[in-house]
Design a protein around this ligand. Structure first.
Ligand code: IPD
Length: 246
C-alpha cells in the first residue's frame, strides 16, 4: 500500500511544483480560506492512482469521497495542505495521504510530500518513520524555553480565538513560535525533530491523518480530541517538554 501512496503523492506533487508561481484559479474564497481548481484536480489524480492499485478501497478527502462503501481500507487524502501558501506563491505546502484500517479505525500508514523541497516523509505503523528513506526521530529537547512550537491558525472564529490565546502563552514561554500554514508539514517537522511541538484546534482528519502515524512512529506523542464532529484539537510533540502543552 505504501507504494501506491508514494506514487500518488509524487504525481500530485509534481503537478503542484509545475503549477507553482502561475496564477492559480480559485473556486471559492471565504473569510479565512481559499479553494483552488488544483485541489480537486490533484485529488482526482491521487484517487485514480490509489484505486488503480487498490480497487477495493475507499477514498475520503477534502474535496469529496469515492470508492466502495464498507471497503477494508480507507485512504484519507489532503491533495494540497497549505492551500493558502500555494495561492500566495509561498513555497510551503504538501500532499498528504494516509491509509486507515476500516475495521480498527487505526491509521496504518502516512505519506507527506513537500514538492518544493523534494522531501518525502513516510511512516508505516509498527515499522518506523523516514525522510527520503532515512529514519527520523522526534526532538530530544525537554524545556519549553528551548523549544520551537508551531501553533496553527485554523479557519473558524472560535479556533482563531483559541489560537490567539495560545500565541500569548507560547510566544512568551517558548524559544520561538511559528505559524507556517501547513498542518501536515508541521506534523512531519515534529516527526523529524525540526519542531518540538505543534498545536492547533479546528483541524480536519485529512490535515492530520498522515502526520499522526509519522509522529508516533518517530517516537512522539499525539494528543487528539474531537471537539465537534469532524473537527479536531491536536497537540503533537516528543512528549518530553516540561510544560503541559494544550
Ligand atoms: C489547512 C492548513 C493550515 C491549517 C488549517 C488547515 P488546507 O489545510 O493545514 O495550516 O491551519 O487548519 O485546514 O486547507 O490548506 O488543506
Amino acid at each position: 500500500m505504501i507504494y501506491a501512496a508514494i506514487t500518488a503523492a509524487l504525481a500530485a506533487g509534481d503537478r503542484l511544483r509545475h503549477a507553482f508561481g502561475s496564477e492559480l484559479a480559485a473556486t471559492e474564497h471565504t473569510a479565512h480560506d481559499v479553494k483552488l481548481v488544483a485541489d480537486k484536480e490533484c485529488q482526482d489524480l491521487i484517487y485514480g492512482i490509489l484505486l488503480q492499485h487498490h480497487p477495493d478501497s475507499a477514498c475520503l478527502g477534502e474535496e469529496g469521497d469515492i470508492g466502495k462503501p464498507g471497503a477494508p481500507i480507507e485512504w484519507i487524502v489532503d491533495p494540497i495542505d497549505g492551500t493558502m501558501n500555494l495561492a500566495h506563491n509561498i513555497p510551503h505546502f504538501c500532499v498528504s495521504i494516509a491509509a486507515r484500517d476500516a475495521a480498527t479505525q487505526k491509521i496504518v500508514l502516512g505519506v507527506i510530500y513537500d514538492p518544493m523541497r523534494d522531501e518525502l516523509f513516510t511512516a508505516v505503523r509498527g515499522s518506523g518513520a523516514w525522510l527520503n528513506g532515512q529514519p527520523i526521530q522526534v526532538s530530544r529537547r525537554d524545556k519549553l524555553s528551548d523549544a520551537v512550537v508551531a501553533v496553527g491558525f485554523a479557519k473558524s472564529q472560535d479556533s482563531i480565538d483559541h489560537c490567539l490565546k495560545l500565541y500569548a502563552v507560547y510566544g512568551n514561554q517558548a524559544k520561538k513560535l511559528r505559524a507556517m500554514g501547513s498542518a501536515a508539514l508541521d506534523l512531519a517537522y515534529v516527526a523529524a525533530g525540526r519542531l518540538d511541538a505543534y498545536i492547533e484546534q479546528g483541524v480536519n482528519l485529512w490535515d492530520i491523518a498522515a502526520g499522526w502515524v509519522l509522529v508516533e512512529e518517530a517516537g512522539g506523542v499525539m494528543e487528539i480530541e474531537q471537539k465537534i464532529k469532524g473537527k479536531y484539537k491536536v497537540c503533537a510533540s516528543s512528549g518530553r517538554i516540561d510544560y503541559p502543552l494544550k
